[in-house]
Ligand binder design. Sequence first.
Ligand code: ASN
Ligand code: ZN
Ligand code: CA
Length: 333
Amino acid sequence: RYQGIKNGIGNTRYSGQVPLTTTQSGSTYTMADGARGGHKTYNLNHGSSGTGTLFSQTNDTWGDGTNTNAATAGADAHYGAAETWDFYSNTFGRSGIRNDGVGAYSRVHYGNNYVNAFWDDSCFCMTYGDGSANNNPLTAMDVAGHEMSHGVTSATANLTYSGESGGLNEATSDIFGTGVEFYANNPSDPGDYLIGEKININGNGTPLRYMDKPSKDGASLDYWTSTAGNKDVHYSSGIANHFFYLLSEGSGTKVINGVSYDSPTVDGLPVTGIGRSKALQIWYRALTTKWTASTNYAAARTGTLAAAGELYGTSSNEYNAVMDAWAAVAVGS
Ligand code: ASN
Ligand code: ZN
Ligand code: CA
C-alpha cells in the first residue's frame, strides 16, 4: 500500500493552475504537505469552529477555479501556505512560523459571507472566509502571507496588537505578505505593493491597501503623527508600509509589473530605494533581533538602523536609505 508525498495540481481561484504538495495513502489523496512541516488544509464547509474535514479525494487534481467547488479555495490556501513556507525558508533561512520545522494548518469556507481572514496563535492556524455572496474567498497569496506572518510576529517580537506596536504588527504582515507575493512570481497574481487586490473586498475591484501611498484607501496614514497610536492598527500600519515601499523602490513614480505607483515624502525630499530584497532583510532582522512587544515607531526606526548597520555597515548607502525613508514618513530626525 503506497504512502508518500505527492505532486498534485490545484486549479485555484486567484493563482491559476499551480503545483500542490499532497499526501497519498492507498487510493486516497489529502491536502497534507509532508515537505513543509505537515501543513494541512481543511474544509469548514461554512462552520465556524473545529477543523471541519481535511480535503481528501481519490485523485490529485483539486478544485476547478470556481468557489462552487469547495477544493478551489482549499487549493489557494494550500498553495499560499506552501509559498509562504518557501519564502521564509529561502529568503531568511526560517523553518516555519516558529522556526521549528512545524507546519501550521489552514481552514477555508469559514462561516457565511464572512469578509475576513485571520491567524490564531491558540490553534496555530489560519482561517479564511468566503467573502461577499460566499463567492470572494479571502484566499489570495498576499492575504495568506499576511495571516501566516502574524504567526511569525507572535513567535518573535510579539508586537502588542494595539497602539503603534499594533500598526507595526499589521505592517509586518503586509510587508511579508507582499514579499511572499513577489517570491511566488505567479503569472496570475504578479507581485505588487497593493494588499488584497485579488479578492474584490470593496466590490469594485480596488485593493484593500496601498503601500506606496497608504492614504489612497481613504483611512490609512501616510506619515507618523502623535495620534498615530489611536488609529485602528490597519491604518497606523500605513506609516510602516509607506516606509517599506520608499526603502525598496524610492519616492516618486514607478511602474512595476504593470502597476503604477507614486510615492510621496512628507518633506518633499526624494528617497532612493535599495531594492525589495535588502529592505526585507532589514525588516526581518529588526523584527527578530531588535524589537519587543512595546516597540513604537521611534524604536522601530532605531531597530531598523541597527539591523541595517549590522547587515551593510553604518556608512553604507543602505543605512542612509533607512534614515531617509523614515524621515520621509515623519519618523525621527
Ligand atoms: N484580517 C485581519 C488581519 O489579519 C484580521 C484582524 O483584524 N486581525 O489583520
Ligand atoms: Zn493582519
Ligand atoms: Ca498584493
